[in-house]
Design a protein around this ligand. Sequence first.
Ligand code: PGA
Length: 248
Amino acid sequence: MNVYVFASPDEIGAAVAQRFIDDAQGRTPRVWGLATGASPLPVYCRLIDAYQQGKLSFRHIKTYNLDEYCALPRNDENSYYTFMHRHLFDAVDMEEKNAHFFNGTAPDWAAECRRYDSSIVQDGGIDLQLLGIGQNGHIGFNEPSDAFSGDSFKVELSASTRRANAPYFTNRPMPQYALTMGIRRILAAKQILLIATGTAKADAVQRMIEGRVTPQCPASVLQTHAQVSVFLDERAAAQLSCRTPTVR
Ligand code: PGA
């Protein structure tokens, strides 16, 4: 893992956005795995800036979001479909057909997960995957458990995740279930960029980077992937015993 520590979330946003901008200069089309939550927001702001300055176009980009709540209509203000449109897609030249999401209201969730995974494979797999990390070490909605997951699946959200995300749900109770890319699906990405900021993430970050690889800390599995870059602020890095390699 390459670990980079920055002074602020905004600096992380600039550095991570640059990775996406550089990736978009390569062979097209590119396939990006995107994340929701607070961590990626500075990245999306920078990508919008780059688009407005003519440095980036989404016309040849396909995206797949990591996860989606079950039983939440697409147009609900808390759906990840709405999140991505509000924070990125509506401000750039992203084509609707190229922005892929789980359908959290699909009648058959297992079939929906199979559809999603095979669409990713048909598009050639994910080139660049953006991740956050939960306070409990989850990536996507892969919660701590006894075994690493494989393909996309329906998951029951943990108490920790529900506590962390409940403040967003002002209009309805927070869903209990979600559809998420599984661990094997995430590890199939060619490159992975993970962002963590703030003191609340410090323990999970330490276990991800320095702990043993265990499904009790799902993010620890990233130690087994050859192309992972972790972007931290000082607070999220506070519990790391080894601060090298640290790059600004
Ligand atoms: P956050 O969530 O970016 O809102 O902190 C990350 C996660 O739970 O995976």
